[in-house]
Design a binder for this molecule. Structure first.
Ligand code: UDP
Ligand code: MG
Length: 224
């Protein structure tokens, strides 16, 4: 894993909510680091904020350990499991970058797609949300999700096909202009749209979960 001087104010802030994801995090952090170091004009200007959401599997110790050799890694420790929305919001309150990238911790989102999402930001969008066209989740979840997305599209007019994809890029004014709590992480594009921001969507690759288990089980309302 490479590391560089973190004295500069970062331009890019990755925010990763993590609950019991100890196996995935080293690979994820390594891949994000490589993307930032290779793909952007000012590669030293990034930070990776991992929000430790009360895991019981040693994630906290791992993050503290990794941050000793990677100063760009900023673990944020929550006292107890508070849910994905609260973990994201806590990260949003700490970001320093002009651009904020959220990814799930489980390697289902591919960090190598960050430049693709960023290019859509360059087209004038303030929030670009990933669209998992070939989504690796159970059929039940995909059907539930499709009903949810179509209902929201029809009732609000916002043409986003995959509201709850965790992989998103924001201009920093968006994360400062919305409040995410409860289960609102599912509606972030809608919250941003209603707050007056320009929201776009970009197809991204989606991979099967490599380690661990989904925290949002099938047939629970949280599974959308
Ligand atoms: N997550 C979290 N707190 C929770 C539940 C989930 O921080 O209480 C994180 C989790 O570690 C992952 C992301 O939210 O990074 C999405 O969770 P998961 O992959 O289990 O959901 P799914 O992809 O199955 O919808
Ligand atoms: Mg997942």
């Amino acid at each position: 894993m490479q590391s560089q001087d973190s004295g500069a104010i970062p331009k890019y802030s990755a925010v990763i909510p993590a609950f019991n994801e100890i196996e995935s995090l080293p690979e994820l952090i390594d891949r994000i680091t490589k993307v930032f170091l290779s793909g952007f004009p000012e590669p030293q200007c990034y930070e990776i904020i991992v929000v430790y959401d009360g895991s019981s599997d040693g994630t906290k110790e791992l993050l503290i350990d990794l941050s000793k050799t990677l100063p760009q890694l900023r673990p944020i420790i929550l006292r107890k499991n508070s849910g994905k929305s609260m973990a994201l919001m806590t990260g949003f309150l700490k970001v320093r970058g002009d651009y904020v990238i959220t990814l799930d911790a489980d390697l289902q989102d591919n960090p190598e797609d960050i430049p693709l999402l960023m290019s859509k930001i360059s087209d004038g969008y303030q929030l670009v949300t990933g669209h998992r066209e070939r989504r690796h989740d159970t059929l039940t979840r995909r059907i539930g999700s499709s009903i949810f997305n179509k209902t929201v599209q029809r009732s609000t007019g916002l043409n986003i096909k995959d509201l709850n994809c965790g992989f998103k890029v924001y201009r920093s004014e968006v994360v400062r202009g919305i409040t995410v709590y409860g289960q609102f992480h599912r509606y972030i594009p809608l919250l941003a749209h209603f707050a007056g921001f320009k929201v776009g969507e970009q197809s991204v690759k989606n991979s099967p979960r490599k380690y661990g288990y989904s925290k949002y089980r099938t047939l629970r309302y949280q599974s959308l």
